[in-house]
Ligand binder design. Sequence first.
Ligand code: HSE
Length: 304
Amino acid sequence: MKSVTLRVPATSANCGPGFDTLGVACTYYNEVTYEITEERGFKLEVEGEGAEYLKPHGRNLAFQSFFRVWNAVHENERIGLKIKMLNRIPMSRGMGSSSAAIVAGLYAANCLCDNHFTKDELLNMATEIEGHPDNVAPALYGGFTISFMQGETAHTLKFMPAKPLKFIAVVPDRKLATSLARAALPKEVPHKDAVFNSSHACLLVGALLSGEYDYIGEGLEDKLHQPYRAHLIPGLYEVFEAAKKAGAYNGIISGAGSTIMAYAPIDADHEAIAKAMLAALEAKGETGVYHILDLDTEGVKVIE
Ligand code: HSE
């Protein structure tokens, strides 16, 4: 096999209280073709996000991650590589675009190397490159994931919610670098805030697993990262309020932001929630777009 085409889902990390731990895959996808070429060197064709600035070099995550697997299997075999991307996942918005690139590269190379590595091994390589497992895990496995480290080794437990629910992502045009959003966090937090988050992360997972969705709204509350990042996302709390008023369970910062995501009942008026959220954002002088999404249950997948 010389070429493979994959789709890889957008992911939303933290899910409110599960900082660097919880993640969820959504039905919004990048499609990427990796082709081994006779001619040496790198080629890159990009449609969509990043088309103006992504370049074919070894530091690009799509190439770097591919060669992490390829070089481990074919030590001295030099190849040419062409990558064709249809990028829908917005960059620097907390929707897992870098994890999607990493997972696509690792998974494509693994497909072209007769599935030499297991998915768990790919999870560890992806975590090494990304620095934390909470986006790469749902990009690989789909569904909700609870990720944790045992020493240097990343693990994840995938689970499916008891009943469907909807995710409404309001993506501001304003980008937010993860490095900046992480730099805003304190080194230490009050013990009572740590207790708040452990209770709420447990409540959220319990609500999703039991189907007792009345607890989701409270379960999405967080004190570990959102209060420290709110000033980086103008209108954050107003957008949360607008989402709840229009029928959502609650809102959260998706990953490190800037996307604001509402979790909503399956039978709510999702367009009305999205429009109310966007209007609240725009009232703060910001612009953006919205996407009404479902749960992706499969993670990265070969489509050709
Ligand atoms: N858990 C990470 C954070 C996700 O919130 O910083 C972004 O990569």
